[in-house]
Design a protein around this ligand. Structure first.
Ligand SMILES: [Ca+2]
Ligand SMILES: [Ca+2]
Ligand SMILES: [Ca+2]
Ligand SMILES: [Ca+2]
Length: 569
């Protein structure tokens, strides 16, 4: 039983149908076809103008999408794709394909030395006439196998030996070809493979020449091979490990977990190159975008590059819970064909005494300690290289009290906001209280941090009730240069969610900055004489029970005149 991933073969088998039952393409399919055409269009130099947000990327998502789900496209689109996307790459006349078997015996490199696909410096050869560029790529591929399979313990990609069009033998095939400037390479799955037919065989296409990017261009083949070979490994676990997003009509399959772990893997193999860092602004500038954010559209850069930037999630998981955590999750991904990565992550973390919810909250804290705030022994080991997480200017406060009903960027599922408070001791010399009320449609986790570069820092989880309401109080808030409130949505499905929040002196119903008899008078006026309400209302809730009533007056009397507990505990 060999179940095919969608290939040109499937198309050929159904060719008669297409001739008799020509059907219009589904709207949007043209974009997908254009995407494949674009990737496969050779480039020998940089385009005359590049978008401001430009970084060459991996083209694997489009190929894994089509090979896995091409049969969901219209017959017309399938026909057109089959004509432009051969099952294996070919070289155009008069180039003659040559092959090179790498020393480890694991890889066969396919290349040519003429035409636009000719390898870089094809005249620079070893004593057997093999271009040094081909030997260089082979050495990188062998190194990637040694690290990913032999050292890190991932299962090797399934062999293509028993399948048609296997490149000559059971070795893993890498083709060197020219492709569009915006793409560094790709992995293309082929056949569901034994033992469970959830994993798939594949091959890799790398550029014939990376020098057109300038700079230290030898680093691109290194990180690209590490990245693409990890896709080949992933395909062996579960080639369908993609989120299905029906609202994204044509581009419904989002392999965000494949991309973020492949980008992370680059750094496990070549720790000192750090190419992944160049993507990170697409995570740190948009903290409200879902961990799952994904787009095939370079015109939407914040989502187009997000999955690469979201590699920080894999860095967090591996640095907090151990290097093998990502492998453990991939192993569990193979338990269920298709998207189960979030429950797999939860299961893997439960075995380590945490959970997805708890880990995501901690991840949101790690993401504050980057750049000049980095602490490379307690948080990201390379966090000094990372950008600073963006705080929306409308959520930076230095005037109190604060009372906000809705936010500029409601966080999506598995994302966060960062709300910043600069202490004002003239308003309150000792403490400030914080109130958070997340949309009941989502599950929230929230943290409050007292940040100082010199004094000890303060951390507390804001305990949220079943209405997603929570309160916190930071004593001696003048010890910190900033108080950060980090609401995180840990719901796993989809959507974005609003929240309201406040920062105030608890018990300070009249907003004077201290708690005294005048607040009791104010509350009496509000409750019994139709006077003005406390602003924010929470400031009158001295006993933190969620309502402002006579019990708060009794509480304040006890505090002020009978040595009772402080407002808000
Ligand atoms: Ca082969
Ligand atoms: Ca590194
Ligand atoms: Ca799965
Ligand atoms: Ca109360």
């Amino acid at each position: 039983m060999k179940r095919l991933v969608w290939t040109i073969t499937v198309f050929l088998m159904g060719f008669g149908i297409f001739l008799t039952d020509a059907q219009a393409k589904i709207p949007g399919e043209e974009n997908l076809i254009q995407k494949i055409k674009e990737v496969l269009t050779p480039a020998v130099s940089a385009p005359k103008s590049l978008p401001q947000d430009f970084h060459p990327v991996c083209a694997t998502p489009a190929f894994v999408w089509i090979t896995g789900h091409g049969n969901e496209l219209s017959p017309e689109a399938q026909k057109e794709l089959s004509l432009i996307m051969p099952q294996r790459p070919t070289y155009s006349f008069p180039a003659v394909e040559k092959t090179y078997n790498t020393p480890s015996g694991h890889f066969k490199i396919h290349y040519v030395t003429t035409t636009i696909d000719s390898v870089y410096q094809s005249h620079v050869v070893d004593s057997l006439g093999v271009p040094l560029y081909v030997i260089f790529i082979g050495g990188i591929a062998d190194f990637a196998w040694t690290k990913e399979v032999d050292t890190l313990g991932y299962v090797a990609p399934p062999s293509d030996l028993s399948f048609p069009g296997n490149g000559g033998d059971g070795r893993y095939d890498i083709y060197l070809k020219s492709m569009a400037y915006g793409y560094l390479g790709y992995s293309q799955p082929e056949y569901y493979a034994p033992p469970d037919y959830i994993g798939a065989t594949s091959f890799i296409v790398l550029r014939n020449d990376y020098s057109l990017y300038g700079g230290s261009y030898n680093n691109y083949p290194r990180v690209t091979t590490a990245h693409e070979f990890f896709h080949a490994v992933q395909f062996g676990y579960d080639v369908d490990e993609m989120e299905y997003v029906p609202s994204d009509t044509i581009w419904a399959y989002h392999p965000y977990w494949m991309e973020l772990t492949a980008t992370w893997m680059e750094d496990k193999i070549y720790d000192s190159i750090n190419d992944y860092v160049s993507y990170l602004p697409y995570f740190y500038n948009y903290p409200w975008l879902s961990l799952k954010a994904f787009s095939y559209d370079p015109g939407d850069p914040s989502r187009y590059y997000h999955a690469y930037a979201a590699c920080v999630w894999a860095f967090y998981l591996s640095e907090k819970f151990g290097l093998n955590t990502v492998r453990d999750i991939w192993t569990m991904c193979a338990d269920v064909q298709g998207d189960n990565v979030l429950s797999a992550t939860d299961d893997a973390l439960l075995l380590k005494g945490s959970s997805l919810d708890q880990a995501f909250r901690e991840f949101s804290v790690w993401n504050y300690f980057t750049n000049f705030r980095a602490d490379t022994s307690n948080y990201y080991s390379e966090g000094n290289l990372y950008p600073v997480v963006k705080v929306d200017p409308n959520q930076q406060y230095s005037i109190y009290p604060v009372n906000v009903a809705s936010v500029p960027h409601p966080p999506e599922v598995l994302s966060t906001n960062y709300v910043e408070y600069v202490p004002d001791l003239t308003f309150s010399p000792d403490n400030l209280a914080f109130y958070l009320n997340g949309s009941d449609s989502a599950k929230w986790k929230s943290t409050i941090i007292g940040y100082s570069s010199t004094n000890p820092k303060y951390f507390a989880e804001i305990a949220l009730d079943s209405f997603q309401v929570g309160r916190a109080k930071v004593n001696n808030w003048g010890n910190y240069s900033k108080i950060m409130m980090i609401p995180a949505v840990v719901t796993r499905t989809s959507g974005s969610f609003n929240y309201s929040y406040a920062a105030f002196k608890c018990g300070d119903a009249n907003t004077s900055g201290n708690v005294n008899l005048a607040d009791i008078v104010y509350l009496v006026s509000y409750l019994f004489k139709s006077g003005f309400p406390p602003i924010p209302m929470q400031s009158g809730d001295a006993n933190s029970d969620g309502v402002v009533n006579l019990a708060d007056i009794v509480y304040l009397v006890s505090y002020l005149f009978k040595h009772g507990p402080q407002p808000c505990g």
